[in-house]
Ligand binder design. Structure first.
Ligand code: NAD
Length: 266
């Protein structure tokens, strides 16, 4: 059966990559592409975004869930919360790729979406989700003897920092070592003059050019260093993962599914 997918963020980099990935998927159909109200794209053909002249729908500023099986949302926290509310009210599952939620927004998102199947991930790429597993293993084997640093680099347009993926990597490491990331993360070393806090995880960030997304976790111990690096070459890695997640959760009962579930890693 063809999966009818609505995609939000028609003018966004990820919204467009997801719309293209849906259109390219034989078992899926792009039934709705939604732009922010007031966007110049509203009313224009979605064909210009997905690059397929056969795509006959017009870009809308309203999410119509009448003939939709699932929504994929990569926008901004405020609009994701509105979209989540609409999905919950209509009983439609949702894949959420937006990052940068505050703790309060995340809690609101989780309670709002309780009635439906959902998959939220800071990073939908296969490689990153596999990296979480590798990091957990590395942390168990050499975490206690290592200084652990996480560096991430993204394009200059990104507004949240460190990235949701860097935080998720930090969480994978901290969890494996039996700590809470909140207790051991160090985001800013400029305020105090002191040597490295043992057992901490340091974060650093680059924002430059059009870098799609790079993450490196360094385990530096006496006499050796291990680096686990992931580099995204294009947004297709995230878009394809989001479509895979959509296909996985579309017919699942209400609940929070992870990319580990989608990839068979759980
Ligand atoms: P972007 O700024 O290019 O796009 C965001 C888009 O959301 C904008 O075009 C904006 O017009 C649109 N938008 C805002 N409100 C809207 C509304 N009410 N309805 C429809 N559209 C609306 O950003 P981006 O690079 O596409 O990233 C979007 C989000 O996805 C960010 O939070 C980013 O961190 C995240 N992201 C996640 C992954 C992942 O794998 N989870 C990968 C890449 C980016």
């Amino acid at each position: 059966m063809t999966l009818r997918v609505a995609v939000t963020g028609a003018s966004g980099r990820m919204g467009q990559a997801v719309a293209r990935a849906v259109a390219a998927e034989p078992d899926a159909e792009l039934v709705s592409l939604v732009a922010r109200p007031g966007s110049s794209l509203v009313g224009t053909s979605a064909a210009s975004v997905v690059g397929d002249k056969r795509c006959a729908i017009a870009i809308s500023d309203t999410l119509d869930l009448q003939s939709t099986d699932i929504v994929i949302d990569f926008t901004l926290p405020e609009s994701s919360l509105v979209t989540a509310s609409a999905c919950a009210a209509a009983g439609i599952p949702i894949v959420i790729g937006t990052t940068g939620f505050t703790a309060a927004e995340q809690a609101e998102m989780e309670s709002t979406l309780a009635p439906v199947a959902r998959c939220q991930a800071a990073n939908f790429s296969m490689g990153v989700n596999l990296a979480y597993r590798l990091l957990s293993l590395a942390a168990k084997v050499m975490g206690a003897e290592s200084d652990i640093e996480i560096h991430e680099a993204h394009h200059k347009h990104k507004i949240d920092a460190p990235s949701g993926t860097a935080l998720a990597m930090g969480r994978a490491v901290a969890d494996a070592m039996g700590h809470s990331l909140d207790d051991i993360a160090r985001y800013d070393r400029s305020a105090k003059r002191e040597v490295r806090d043992p057992g901490s995880i340091g974060f650093s960030v680059t924002r430059a050019g059009e870098i799609v997304g790079e993450h490196t976790v360094l385990f530096a111990s006496e006499g050796e260093q291990l680096e686990i690096t992931h580099k995204a070459g294009s947004r297709d890695a995230f878009a394809n993962g989001a479509v895979r997640a959509a296909k996985f959760i579309a017919s699942k009962p209400a609940g929070a599914y992870t990319m580990a579930d989608v990839l068979g890693l759980s």
